[in-house]
Design a protein around this ligand. Structure first.
Ligand SMILES: [Zn+2]
Length: 94
């Protein structure tokens, strides 16, 4: 993620992410990238990776995942919705 930003690429410019394997040094910023792309513009990044990636996604982004409270705050709370509208988005957020 740091290298991506240093290269001047915004997270929501990424269309596809390929994870060759799931070592932490290759994916420690995975949630950060997915979250940043979504929060910037609602962008969903296509992710290809070894089979456990589906379980990892659920544990990170699922309704009981690590980021569930953050998703709820950003989609359900009026101040967050105002920020989203300010960026040109509409409610409900995707
Ligand atoms: Zn490795």
């Amino acid at each position: 993620m740091s290298r991506l930003l240093e290269a001047g690429v915004a997270p929501d410019e990424v269309d596809t992410l390929i994870l060759s394997h799931l070592h932490s040094d290759h994916m420690i910023d995975y949630a950060r990238l997915i979250h940043a792309a979504w929060d910037m513009s609602g962008k969903r990044i296509r992710v290809l990776g070894p089979a456990p990636i589906a379980e990892i996604n659920e544990r990170l982004f699922g309704s009981a995942g690590a980021l569930a409270f953050d998703w709820a705050a950003r989609t359900d709370y009026e101040p967050s919705q105002e920020v989203w509208r300010g960026r040109g988005g509409s409610v409900p957020r995707p």
